[in-house]
Structures are given as C-alpha cells and as structure tokens.
Write a protein of this length. Structure first.
Length: 504
C-alpha cells in the first residue's frame, strides 16, 4: 500500500512541474512585453514633452484664425546705430540763479514758478537801510566831485601863471581823483541793485531795490517769500531758458571713434518712449567721466522742444552708417521670459510621420519576437515535462505494471495541460494584438491635419531697428531662406505654452 502511494506521487510529479513551468514562462513573456511596451510609451511621452517646448504644429484653420502670415529671413541693408543713455542739459549761460547783490528784506515777489520772464524784468523787491545809505553816498560824492573839478581847474590856471605853489595843484588833483572814484564806485553799486545813478537825485532816493532777471526764460524755482531776510550770496530763485537745451549722451571708448561732429541723434524720453526728438552733435568730450568711465557727446536739440525739461533722462540712437545684416520684420519677434524669439517653419510634420512609422515597425518586430520566444519556451517546457515523466516510469517498470498504467493516464493529463497552455498563449497573443491595434488607433487620432505647419521656436538677439525691419542674430543655425512667422507670432507663443502646460 505504501509503495503504491509513493508510485502515485512520483507519477503525479511531472504533471505538477509541467504546469508550474508553463505558468512561469507565460508570465515572463507577458511581463516582459508589458514592460517593454511601457518603456516605449514613456519614451514617446518624453519625446512629445521635449517637442512641445521648442515647436508647435498648427492646423490651417488655426493659422487663419490668428491672422498668421509668413515672411522670409532676409539680408537687409540697415542703418547701424549706437545706443546710449544720457540726460537733457541746459548750458550754463542759459540758466541763472537770482541773488541779491546786497542784503535786505523781501518786500515783494513779483512772479510765480512757471512764469515766462524777459531779461531785465523785475522779479523781487528788497528793502534795507543800506540801500538808502548807498544812494546818499553817491549823491554826496557826486556833489563834492563838482567842486573838486572846479578847484582843480583854478589851481591849474594859477600854476600855469606861476602864481600858486605846485603843491596846491597836486592836492586839488588828488582830491578830484578820489571823489571821481567814489562816484563811479557808488554808481556801479547802484546799478547792481538796479537803480540808475544817472537819474538819481536827492528827491528820488528810495528804500527799496528791484532784483531783475538777467536772461529770458522761465521761473523754475522760488526760494523766498515776502518778509524773508536775504543776504548777498543767497539764491532767491532760478530762471531757465530751454531754448538752447542740449543733450549729453555717454559712450564707451570703443564706440567714440564712430561718432563725428554733425551726426544726427534720435532721442526718446525714458518716461515717454512714444515720442522721438532729434539732435545734432556739436562737440565730443575729451575726458572720461570719473564714475562711469564714459565720454560725453554733446548734441543740440533741433526741431520741436515741447515737453523737454532740464535733467530728463533720454535714450539715444546715433546713426553710424549702413551694413548688410540678417533681418526679419519687427512683428516677427516675440519677447517671452526676458528673451526674444522667432518662429521658423520647419519640415517637422514629415519628420514626425517618418518617426511614427519607424516606431510602429519596431513595435511589430518586437511583438513577433515575443511570440517566437513564447513558442520556444513552450517547446522547452514540453520536453522537460516528458523527461520527468519518463524517468520514474523506467525506475518502476520491472516491479509495478499498475504504475505504468497510471503513467499513461498522467501523460494524457499532460497533453491536456499542454493544450490549455497553448490556449492561454493564444489568448495572450490576441490580447497583445488588441493592445497594438488600440495603439495604432491612438496614433491615427493624433495624426496632423493635412496642410498643418510646424514651427520651431528659435531664440534671437535683437539688433538695430530700421523702419519695419530689425536686425537679429540667431542663437542656433538655421537654413538659408527659412520662412518665419511675421503675423500672429504672439498667439503661436501662447498656444505653445498652453500645450506644454497640458502635457505636464
């Protein structure tokens, strides 16, 4: 009885081992195929993500809806220019700080800030006792000068007749000269406070003096009010004449040789970039600015000056000639993330189709290889199962005929198990075929619309702008005669960024 149980267990051993081997082989083939398919899928997704970052494919309807237009990357003769910054400046002879020549108290302020004034127009009146003293001294010195002149003439006549001593003549001459100097000095002091000494008499002495504008211009700043006590060195107000306004722009030493006197400069205000002014170079500095190590270029504003004020910051463009450069229409350049880009049309659609076809063929080849591996593994499993089935049969053939009968039964069971394994393998192959078919349908769903265009985003360095064209330097090589988007580039950039965001 014990021997029969052992023989039965040995006979059943090949059947169990055969099923185990078949299960392992099927799992290995299916898992390998799934892993390989998953690997290919990840590669495609990564490729699509990388593509979305640099290029975008647009259908004809989309391109029309964004008013897209194509142009060419061209070689153009553009005016080359230097760009510099600077500020507006008034020459020192066109700016006046108004001061009182002598101290006093402000009696009247006759103007307001922003008023246009003429040369000699009174701005402020001041009052002080010293003004009265100066007028009195002038009148007194002038009266004594008249007497001194008469005495000098009399002594000269006496001296000529040898009637008086020469010493008396010399004293009369010295007195006359001293009084004459006093009168002239006081007259100049009176003129400094704008009192005419020629018309001054004892009856016209006054306690106030007027401070007048020395130039034509506009009152820019007033520092006093009625009642303020001023001294002779204090500025009361400032008058500026913008009629001679000029601009100082600063260039580095490597660019200064390109600028000549008489060249034209186009100016735009830093805070008002939409309006352009012109200036003409009249002088070039001969010394470096201590802080920036630049050289100033002085240019006079020509034409309209409205809105220009001393001290305004400007951006200058100095024409230095023409050169043939690579250029595109300015509308083709899109700024994104602080960098400039253009969209170049590529043959991306055709290349993408070839890549998909090659990938499809590669996937089919891998599927056939897996099928062949499954068959080979299954064949090895049958051979291994029969070997194990035959070994216990030979050992017990002489003693137990019943064991042989059981072995034949188990052989039939093995055949049935092998048939099930074939059926399982067939089902697995059908599942892989269905999955492959679904993948092909996915590719067909994402196929580009006929007539679609693919554009690659290319970074450029912006150069000078002349009219409608801007010089550019491409940061990567492009083909000669490439087409570039000149209308709708901004929308294409937005579409590309949106597409990239969805994929992430």
């Amino acid at each position: 009885m014990r021997t029969e149980m052992i023989n039965s267990a040995i006979a059943r051993l090949p059947h169990t081992l055969s099923l185990f081997i078949i299960a392992v082989l099927v799992a290995a083939c299916g898992g390998g195929a799934a892993a390989e398919e998953e690997g290919h899928g990840g590669h495609d997704e990564h490729g699509a993500e990388g593509e979305a970052k640099t290029s975008v494919t647009i259908a004809p309807v989309q391109f029309t809806s964004i008013e897209g237009k194509l142009g060419m990357v061209e070689q153009k003769d553009l005016s080359t220019a230097l760009k510099a910054t600077g500020f507006l400046k008034v020459p020192p002879q066109n700016m006046a700080d108004i001061t009182a020549s002598m101290g006093g108290t402000v009696r009247e302020v006759l103007v307001q800030e922003g008023d246009a004034v003429r040369k000699g127009q009174p701005l402020v009146t001041i009052a002080d006792a010293a003004i009265i003293d100066l007028q009195r001294d002038y009148i007194d010195a002038k009266a004594r000068l008249v007497y001194a002149k008469a005495e000098l003439d009399r002594q000269q006549e006496l001296s000529d007749a040898n009637v008086s001593a020469r010493k008396t003549l010399q004293q009369a001459t010295a007195e006359h000269a001293s009084l004459q100097a006093t009168v002239q000095g006081n007259a100049q002091l009176l003129r400094m406070i704008n009192i005419d000494p020629e018309s001054l008499t004892g009856e016209s002495v006054r306690a106030t003096a007027a401070i007048v504008s020395p130039i034509d211009g506009t009152v820019a700043h007033i520092a006093v009010n009625v009642g303020s006590r001023v001294t002779g060195d204090a500025a009361l107000m400032r008058v500026v004449n913008n009629g001679k306004l000029h601009v100082d722009v600063f260039l580095y030493e490597q660019d200064i040789a390109k600028v000549k006197v008489g060249q034209t400069i186009d100016l735009t205000l830093t805070n008002l970039p939409g309006k352009t002014y012109t200036a003409k170079v009249f002088a070039i500095g001969s010394a470096f600015e201590s802080e920036t190590k630049t050289i100033p270029v002085h240019a006079e504003i020509t034409g309209e000056r409205e809105g220009l004020i001393d001290g305004m910051g400007v951006t200058a463009r100095i024409d230095v000639g023409q050169a043939k450069v690579t250029a595109v229409l300015t509308d083709a350049i899109v700024n994104y993330g602080g960098m400039d880009y253009v969209f170049i049309r590529t043959d991306g659609e055709e290349a993408h189709a070839h890549a998909e076809e090659a990938e499809h063929k590669h996937a089919e080849g891998e599927a056939h290889d897996h099928a062949a591996e499954n068959k080979e593994s299954h064949a090895k499993g049958e051979e291994h199962s029969h070997d194990h089935g035959a070994e216990p049969a030979h050992k017990e053939e002489a003693e137990h005929a019943h064991a042989k009968g059981e072995e034949h039964d188990h052989a039939a069971e093995n055949k049935e198990a092998h048939a099930k394994g074939d059926e399982h393998e067939h089902d697995h192959a059908e599942e892989k075929a269905d999955a492959h078919g679904e993948g092909e349908e996915g590719h067909e769903d994402h196929a580009p619309v006929p007539g679609s265009m693919t554009f690659k985003r290319v970074q450029v360095k912006r150069g000078t702008t002349d009219g409608a064209y801007t010089a550019v330097t491409f940061m990567e090589p492009i083909e000669d005669g490439s087409e570039v988007v000149v209308g709708g580039a901004f929308y294409i950039m937005a579409m590309m960024n949106t597409s990239s965001g969805h994929q992430h």
